[in-house]
Design a protein around this ligand. Structure first.
Ligand code: URA
Length: 240
């Protein structure tokens, strides 16, 4: 397949299209044995070797980012009225056509996966896959040990659906009106965590996703920041 040199270098993470134009103009880019003088020459990403300042570049078609999603942004690529998580991305990621693989509510924080790999997203979101997702929540209401068994057995939410078994860990509870919990679910119904607590007469007052599969949110990420996931980290999500 053939593609423009500037697109290829952007996909390699060399910089924005504007930076790349400058780098090419400066004479720092070589394709095989010849200097590349223009951003619009075409190369074959499978055959040609491209060097920037003598160093060989590796082509990346697909990327996978972990975002620490802040409140106030929706997990979508476009919206007329609300800010989307894509607005938080650095310029260098803009041309990748990223989208969120999964959804967090506008007021939910934490681990959001962004990718441009449709097959991968489809795979991890498939209800058959049962990828675990862990959430930390603060709860207004009475949370007791007996709820652990209730959640483990599955709980009937407002539309009559019985959830699959979920693992509830009570981190803190005053047994009356306030609790902090971790809940691990293996499906992704709309507002699922909030609805599960509503079903037991409680209310989620803060929600943050802390883990997908076996991959924990990197707590050193500031809100809105992303980090590129390695192959090993991606496999931790899918459990393969
Ligand atoms: N469950 C919810 O209720 N909201 C989220 O954002 C994610 C899971």
């Amino acid at each position: 397949m053939s593609m423009r040199l500037d697109k290829f270098l952007a996909d390699c993470g060399i910089g924005s299209r504007k930076d790349i134009k400058k780098i090419i103009k400066s004479g720092a880019v070589r394709v095989n044995n010849s200097n590349a003088s223009s951003p619009d020459i075409h190369i074959d990403e499978n055959k040609d070797e491209v060097f920037v300042n003598g160093r060989k570049t590796e082509y990346e078609k697909y990327i996978y980012l972990m975002m620490n999603k802040p409140k106030g942004y929706i997990s979508a690529t476009e919206d007329k009225y609300k800010k989307t998580v894509l607005l938080l991305l650095d310029e260098k990621y803009k041309h990748f056509d990223l989208f969120p693989a999964g959804r967090l509510d506008i007021d939910t924080e934490g681990f959001l996966l962004l990718t441009n790999d449709g097959n991968f997203a489809h795979n991890i979101l498939s209800p058959k896959k049962h990828i675990n997702k862990t959430y930390f929540a603060t709860i207004e209401g009475k949370i007791l040990d007996e709820h652990i068994k209730l959640f483990e057995d599955g709980i009937i939410i407002d539309d009559g659906y019985k959830t699959l078994g979920a693992h509830l860990e009570i981190l803190k509870s005053d047994n009356e009106s306030y609790a902090e919990i971790l809940l691990t679910i293996c499906e992704g119904k709309f507002h699922q965590v909030k609805r599960m607590f509503e079903a037991i007469g409680a209310k989620v007052t803060y929600l943050k996703r802390t883990k997908m599969g076996n991959l924990e949110l990197d707590e050193s990420l500031e809100y809105g920041q992303v980090k590129k996931l390695t192959k090993e980290e991606i496999l931790k999500i899918t459990g393969e």
